[in-house]
Each structure stands twice: as C-alpha cells, then as structure tokens.
Design a protein around this ligand. Structure first.
Ligand code: C2E
Ligand code: MG
Ligand code: MG
Ligand code: MG
Length: 284
C-alpha cells in the first residue's frame, strides 16, 4: 500500500511537471501571434526622488493579456521569449511604445526636469547588432531626448562582458542615454569592474530593501547599503532602490543617501494615466 501511495505521489509530481511543460510549450508557441494581435501591454511604475517625493520617471513593465490564462507577468514569458528570440521584436515594441508614452508626458509636463522612462533590456537584445540603430531611430521618430531614456541591464548580463558587448552600450551612453545596472548586488560582480561599465545608475536589488524592513534594521545590511551608496557616488553613479514597501524603509534609505526609489509604498505598476495624474499632482 505504502508503495503504491508513493507511486501515486510520483505520478502526481510527474503530472504537474508535464502540465507545466505543456503550458510553457503552449505559451512559447503562442508568443508570435500574441505580439501580432496586440495582446501585450505595458504598466508603468513611478520612480520617485527620495528627498521630496517628486516623480522622477517611470519604469515600463510588460504584461501579456492571454486569452485563456488572463494577465501574465513578465517572469512567465520573458524567459520563453528570450529563449526563442522573440524578445527582439517584443523588446522593440516595448521600447517604441514606452518612448512614445514618455514623450506624451514630457510634452504635457515640460516645466519640471526631463521625465525619464526606464526600459528593461534582456541579454539577447544586448547582443543584437541593430540595438543602437533601432534605439536611435525610435528616439528620433518620437522626438524624446536621449537623456530622458534609461535602459536597464541586469548586473548578471554584464558579468564578464567584453568590449564587443560593451561597445553598443558605450555608444548609447555617449548619445546621452542612461544605462542602469538592474538588480545590483545579486550578481557577485567585481566592484572594481564598475568603473569599466558605461553605467550611470545602480538599481539596488529588492533583497536589500527587504533587509530594512526589520525593526531595528539589520546593522550589517545598513553598513552594506551605506558602502554601496558611497562607492556609487564616488564613481558618479546615482542609486535607485527597488521594492520600497513602507515609509520606514523609504526614510532609512533616504538617510543612507539613496537618490531615487520605486516600490509599492509609492505606487504599484499601473496604467499610463496614473503617471499622468501623479505628474499633475506634482508628487506621489
Ligand atoms: P525588474 O526590472 O527588477 O522590475 C522590478 C520588479 O519588481 C517588477 O516586477 C515590479 O512590479 C516589482 N516591484 C516593484 N515594486 C515592488 C515592491 O514594492 N515589492 C515587490 N515585492 N515587488 C515590487 P515585474 O513587473 O513582475 O517584472 C519582473 C521582471 O521582468 C523585471 O524585473 C524585469 O527584469 C523583467 N521585465 C519586465 N518588463 C520587461 C521588458 O519589457 N523587457 C525585458 N527584457 N524584461 C522585462
Ligand atoms: Mg528593471
Ligand atoms: Mg530591478
Ligand atoms: Mg528586480
């Protein structure tokens, strides 16, 4: 009996694994038509100055409104799109759409500094030979100034990057586009290496922000963040923190010298109208 029960458990585990594989396969094959049919949409999450709570920009986060499965987050399909190469046309669409959106905000709120739009780039996009040409083209057609665009690249995508990989990023940086190192602190990169990278922003990973949640915050976490911030500032890099969920975290991170923040405490990712009204209200 015990044996057959064990057998059933294995069968169940196998069935679950099969179901996941089938869904993955189904999602993968559905991606190209989904892009053609316009099933993807973008949510925007505000980036806020920690000093005064004013809106500094927004990060574009893609979602898939799947006809059967409902709204899927990027973690469900970006790896699949990355694997098949569909990330290139999908990423192009995200860039085009969010730059158009940012230009719309910019035209209506030109009184403040440039409102920035942050767009995530996956490793495949980074390796794509047309990255620079296409980005220049999108900016020119939209009229958005290059300095209003920030491209986010994960720290792990740049680990061990050689000059060939860094060249397009350098070209973009020379044009005035900001490059941010996303999920910083999770990739074990060599800190001395930072000098070599054409980045101007460090996005401190959410795991650090979580460490600030305890009362009192873990003193070692505080020291680490303090160290990263002072290193970043000494290299002329701005520091953005992800995943700020409470006012206490925001206050702690502000005291530690972080520049900008993003998280549920301020706003969840949402429709573009939300950013528009935040800009009208002047602060979150
Ligand atoms: P990311 O670039 O690190 O984006 C931040 C993620 O943290 C987002 O998850 C956001 O919704 C979530 N987040 C923001 N504030 C909070 C908070 O206070 N608490 C918690 N728990 N989470 C928070 P999301 O939207 O699911 O995106 C996941 C990842 O998918 C992104 O991580 C990014 O790496 C990738 N991604 C999203 N859009 C794109 C895209 O257009 N292209 C590419 N290549 N990757 C994308
Ligand atoms: Mg990001
Ligand atoms: Mg991030
Ligand atoms: Mg992250």
């Amino acid at each position: 009996r015990a044996k057959s029960a064990g057998g059933n458990r294995f069968e169940l585990a196998d069935a679950e694994a099969d179901a996941r594989a089938i869904t993955r396969h189904g999602l993968t094959t559905a991606l190209p038509a989904a892009l053609e049919r316009g099933e993807f949409f973008i949510e925007y999450q505000p980036l806020v100055h920690l000093g005064d709570g004013t809106v500094h920009g927004a990060e574009a986060l893609v979602r898939w409104c799947h006809p059967q499965h409902g709204v899927l987050g990027p973690d469900r399909f970006i790896p699949l799109a990355e694997h098949t190469g569909l990330i290139v046309p999908l990423g192009r669409w995200v860039l085009e759409e969010s730059v158009r959106q940012a230009n719309f905000w910019q035209e209506r709120h030109s009184d403040g500094g440039p409102l920035r739009i942050n767009v995530n780039l996956s490793p495949t996009q980074l390796h794509h030979p047309q990255l620079v040409a296409e980005t220049v083209d999108v900016l020119e057609r939209s009229g958005l100034e290059p300095r209003a665009l920030c491209l986010e690249v994960t720290e792990s995508a740049l680990i061990g990057a050689d000059d060939d990989l860094l060249k397009p990023l350098r070209q973009l940086a020379e044009m005035g586009v900001d490059i941010a190192l996303d999920d910083f602190g999770t990739g074990y990169s060599n800190l001395a290496n930072l000098r070599r990278l054409p980045v101007s922003v460090l996005k401190l990973d959410r795991s650090f922000t979580q460490g600030m949640q305890q009362h009192p915050a873990d003193p070692v976490d505080l020291k680490i963040v303090e160290g990263i911030v002072s290193l970043a500032h000494s290299l002329d890099l701005a520091v953005t923190v992800e995943g700020v969920e409470t006012g206490a975290q925001a206050e702690q991170l502000r005291k530690l010298g972080c520049d900008t923040a993003q998280g549920w405490y301020y706003a969840r990712p949402g429709a573009p109208d939300r950013i528009h009204s935040l800009l009208l209200a002047d602060a979150v």
